[in-house]
Design a protein around this ligand. Structure first.
Ligand SMILES: C[S@@+](CC[C@H](N)C(=O)[O-])C[C@H]1O[C@@H](n2cnc3c(N)ncnc32)[C@H](O)[C@@H]1O
Length: 243
């Protein structure tokens, strides 16, 4: 059985409650830390994923676990009619909404607060779905993926980005040094949340990555499920479609 890793190791609260609190806590520094700690490479990962879903020219895009909306804003490059950013944390969404207003795209990018395991959308609603660094945080991974499958239109495509562990032992050693020591240190210093950036490497280690995740997606019903390591395997891009 996969180990359940939670942000605050609090036995009395669900993972979801703790995840929501954690992202509310770090929302004010999330974008800054994201770009600094990934050395800006996260931007290229999202561009690659958006390029992938762009092949089917989607007009309605759902960005699950949208946070402050970086994936949703990147998806505007495909000139869709509408991008919906959906997230559990009101704190994160608040920054997403502010960014939309600043960019003058508040009519095209809308944010809705809610749980990915119970989405308020009709079956077969979206042409494409993106998820950036969100699935690892789901309390019930299967339920979240099943909801994504339900709201995706037949023929629609999905691109999921998730942090992962480099397969090469030497690169993994350096990566682990950075990810398990330097990232939590800087993360705590800047965000003020001592646990958030320790939970990050812990949750990556516990996540069923690569082929294991591909199999989970296939069991949900997705077709053409594939994965591709990015930047020496520090990130993985998972792509799939609905028949
Ligand atoms: C690491 S952030 C990623 C934000 C954004 N996608 C990006 O690429 O930067 C993860 C986000 O997942 C959201 N999240 C976690 N569990 C969720 C759930 N069950 N339903 C909806 N959002 C969830 C969190 O609130 C948080 O904003």
């Amino acid at each position: 059985m996969t180990k359940v890793v939670t942000p605050y190791n609090d036995q009395n609260r669900t993972k979801k409650e703790q995840v929501e609190e954690m992202f509310d806590n770090i929302a004010h520094k999330y974008d800054f830390l994201n770009h600094v700690l990934s050395l800006g490479i996260d931007i290229t990962w999202r561009k690659k994923a958006v390029k992938h879903i762009g092949k089917s020219n989607p007009k309605t895009i759902l960005d699950v676990a949208s946070g402050t909306g970086d994936f949703a804003f990147e998806a505007l490059s495909l000139n869709p009619d509408k991008v919906t950013g959906y997230d559990l944390s009101e704190g994160m969404i608040k920054f997403g909404r502010e960014k939309a207003v600043k960019q003058g795209v508040q009519d095209k990018v809308v944010f809705i607060k809610g749980d990915s395991e119970r989405m308020p959308f009709d079956d077969n609603s979206f042409d494409a779905i993106t998820v950036g660094f969100g699935v690892r945080n789901f309390e019930n991974l299967n339920a979240g993926l099943a909801e994504m499958y339900r709201v995706l239109k037949p023929g629609g495509s999905v691109a999921i980005l998730e942090a992962s562990q480099p397969p090469n032992a030497i690169i993994r050693w350096f990566f682990s040094l950075y990810f398990s020591n330097i990232v939590p240190f800087i993360g705590k210093l800047v965000s003020g949340d001592g646990r958030a950036y320790s939970y990050l490497p812990e949750s990556v280690k516990a996540f069923p990555e690569g082929l294991e995740f591909v199999k989970i997606c296939e069991n949900i019903g997705f077709e053409n499920a594939k994965w591709q390591p990015l930047t020496f395997g520090a990130c993985a891009m998972y792509t799939m479609t609905k028949k």
